[in-house]
Write a protein that binds this ligand. Structure first.
Ligand code: NOJ
Length: 722
């Protein structure tokens, strides 16, 4: 349709029908012409026939959606199709690593590829909108949703967020929805839905850039966040939505509330009732009300009584109609088909891709000679994750998790056999998760333990497969302690008493405390939640058919007391270079200030050497480009990929500046003995920040450029910006 035709359609719609476009409901099933109650809500057939909804969420399946859409369009007074929306966070049916693990690939190409796969499978299932990417910056691993973020770095999040938007939207048949605008990743104490206290400087400098980058990349939708910032809940924050998002960032797409977030303005305490909540939300510019009754029940009346200008409704509806039009819904309202589902879901090509993606997301934290394993060695695979198919991230609705490959299956396929003992349950008896505990506890813990210790005695090496439950992370999955369960740590202790050759593979949706793991393992591999091909990818890496190349997208603290801890922090007036406090300097009396493993860290089976950084010049004018170079050499015996990272430091500014800021990444493959020059271009815009007067600009003076394989590199050169 042309814009004129859309405007004509809008002008022919009644106020009720217009408000209907702004209402989204859960429609979980269609039974004989009526949509029945889903877990979270109900869509009555009457409302449908009056055209009083515009989109649905949480329904999947080409045939189901086709029937629902067909009936809806027929009944709708203007035959306007529904938009169908879903959370496809780490894949639809072929599951790739969780976003935090995707962050560890440091690879926009891999991330775009995964997003494209998710798009193809989701579109095959009849969906139009994906509630992804989540671009909330995260610094507190207690927060359950760190698994949905690509990590703690604003620049990396921006690169990977853009890649996801491209992947989802490239074919024009799916819209991405970035979330959660804004600052949801910084809840106080890591408690989900908690208030966010950040200065405007920190908010703008660190938290907003990734959202802005995705908007610039053309992301079609934005979702408001549950939290308040500056004491105003986002969903009713006119300044944030109209000024920052729409005016400053230039977003002209559809803004949707998070689930029931409009009505939540009442409990936040900024709205008296649902009517006032609806008024605040539409004034803030929220186009679609996800699942609360606020718009459905109040908006018509608010307009009729003159409290809300109908113009606001018209603008919102026009944006929604435009999105439907851009996605081609007026020509073909049906994405996908059962044939597409059969062809694409869990297809061989997708499985191959997620296997490679998973292998490149694993982070080798420690390796004192045990890895890679050799096929002739007697290896015991022990632990609740050694033969566990529940290795898909928490935002995954799989009917058949048994399609996920376990480590045991992966090893059996690779070397023909796998000696295994479960050893422990993932959770301690009674330990809570965000949802339910599907673990069967048929065998006594003592028995599991005994069997595992006996097996460990007979092995050359033990691969201990430990981790968090997938439902210990995700929405509503915040934890006050971030340790592995007591049962698993006891297993580790007892195995370590009989066998010192321990490789620990850690499954988790967040950085966890690894003190005991660190002390009792010779090698540690972070596997995160690797998805469908997890077991095959792990077998590839453990047996050396793939070499680890992941780098941490989030700092691993020594203990939860250090949280929040992140690499791009500041010096103090009393810095503490060693991390161990002596006298009156920065830090703790009972803990180091250094993390266990910093952002950007990750080992390989080979080693890399970096030459000192050289610069094309040492003084740079504001309109000039400077080139920083280091030669990277593979000094070990495996061909491998290194993630070369470039960090900048603004040594002195009108406000304090981070010790390091990631501003460039290049992945290079090097054969043993091979070296390569790696160069980064530095331009003035990379040096800008909010100065003391809150003006976004750069300041003259000295800068350091670091090039290395981790954020703790000291390999640097300095230049002056004139
Ligand atoms: C609530 C979550 O915060 C959001 O991320 C998600 O997209 C919606 N529910 C819809 O499922």
């Amino acid at each position: 349709m042309t814009v004129k035709e859309l405007e004509k359609l809008l002008s022919e719609m009644s106020l009720e029908e217009k408000v209907g476009q702004m209402v989204q409901r859960v429609a979980s099933e269609m039974v004989s012409g009526a949509i029945v109650t889903g877990p979270e809500g109900i869509v009555e057939p009457k409302k449908m026939s009056l055209g009083l909804i515009g989109s649905i969420l949480n329904t999947r399946g080409a045939a189901t959606i086709h029937d629902l859409q067909k009936e809806f369009i027929e009944k709708h007074p203007h035959h306007i199709p529904l938009l169908t929306m879903y959370d496809v966070i780490n894949g639809m049916e072929t599951i790739f690593p969780i976003p935090l693990a995707q962050g560890c690939t440091f690879s926009p190409e891999t991330v775009e590829d995964c997003a494209a796969m998710a798009r193809d499978e989701a579109a095959a299932e009849g969906l139009h909108v994906n509630f992804s990417p989540m671009l909330d910056l995260v610094r507190d691993p207690r927060w359950g949703r760190v698994m949905e973020s690509t990590g703690e770095d604003p620049w990396l999040n921006a690169q990977l967020g853009k890649a996801m938007v491209r992947g989802y939207q490239k074919k024009g048949n799916m819209a991405a929805c970035l979330k959660h605008f804004a600052g949801y990743g910084a809840p106080e104490g890591g408690r989900d839905y908690e208030n966010v206290e950040l200065s405007e400087r920190t908010f703008r400098e660190d938290y907003l850039p990734a959202y802005a980058a995705a908007v610039k990349e053309g992301c079609a939708m934005v979702m408001t966040s549950f939290n308040s910032w500056n004491r105003i809940p986002s969903t009713g924050n006119r300044w944030l939505m109209r000024k920052v998002l729409r005016q400053e960032m230039g977003f002209d797409g559809v803004l949707i509330s998070d689930f029931a977030a409009i009505d939540e303005l009442i409990r936040h305490g900024i709205a008296e009732d649902s009517r006032e909540a609806a008024k605040l939300a539409i004034e803030a510019g929220v186009d679609i009300d996800m699942q609360s009754n606020a718009y459905m029940n109040n908006l018509v009346d608010l307009v009729r009584s003159g409290e809300v200008d109908e113009k606001l409704v018209d603008e919102a509806v026009m944006r929604i109609l435009k999105l439907k039009n851009d996605l081609g819904l007026f020509e073909n309202p049906y994405n996908g088909s059962p044939e597409d589902e059969k062809r694409l879901l869990l297809c061989e090509e997708h499985r191959k891709k997620v296997r490679v993606a998973a292998a490149s997301s694993f982070v080798l934290l420690k390796n004192e000679g045990l890895l890679p394993l050799k096929k002739e060695e007697k290896v015991a695979f022990i632990g609740p994750y050694a033969d566990n198919c529940n290795i898909h991230g928490s935002w995954t609705y799989l009917e058949h998790p048994e399609n996920n490959v376990t480590i045991k299956q992966g090893v059996e396929r690779k070397i023909g056999t796998c000696t295994y003992a479960k050893g422990a349950y993932v959770l301690d008896e009674g330990q809570k998760t965000r949802m339910y505990d599907p673990e069967e506890r048929a065998v006594l813990e003592e028995e599991l333990l005994r069997e595992a210790v006996e097996l460990a005695k007979t092995a050359d090496k033990v691969v201990l497969c430990l981790g968090e439950h997938r439902h210990q992370t995700g929405e509503g999955g915040s934890r006050a302690s971030i340790t592995l369960s007591k049962g698993q740590l006891r297993l580790m202790q007892q195995v370590a008493e009989v066998n010192k050759n321990i490789v620990t593979v850690v499954f988790s949706g967040r950085p966890v405390e690894l003190g005991q793991v660190q002390a009792q393992s010779q090698s540690i591999l972070m596997a995160w939640m690797p998805g469908t091909e997890g077991g095959n990818a792990l077998a590839d890496v453990l047996y050396g058919d793939a070499v680890p190349q992941g780098k941490l997208s989030m700092t691993i603290p020594r203990s939860v007391g250090q949280v929040p801890i992140y690499y791009n922090c500041f010096n103090t007036g009393r810095p503490n270079p060693t991390g161990d406090r002596v006298g009156f300097i920065h830090g703790y009396i009972d803990e180091s200030t250094k993390p266990l493993y910093p952002f950007g860290y990750g080992l390989s089976y080979t080693t890399f050497d970096y030459s000192p950084v050289t610069l094309s010049k040492t003084r740079m004018g504001k309109r000039e480009t400077l080139e920083a170079t280091a030669t990277v050499k593979n000094t070990g015996s495996y061909g491998a990929t290194e993630t070369v990272q470039m960090y900048l430091q603004d040594v002195k500014g009108s406000v304090i500046r981070p010790l390091k800021m990631l501003r460039g990444v290049q992945k290079v493959f090097l054969r043993p003995g091979q070296s390569r020059e790696v160069s980064f271009q530095i331009t003035e815009d990379m040096l800008r920040f909010y100065n003391a007067d809150m003006i976004y600009t750069s300041e003259q003076g000295m800068f350091r450029v670091y090039i290395g394989g981790s954020s703790d590199t000291e390999n640097a050169a300095t230049f002056t910006l004139e």
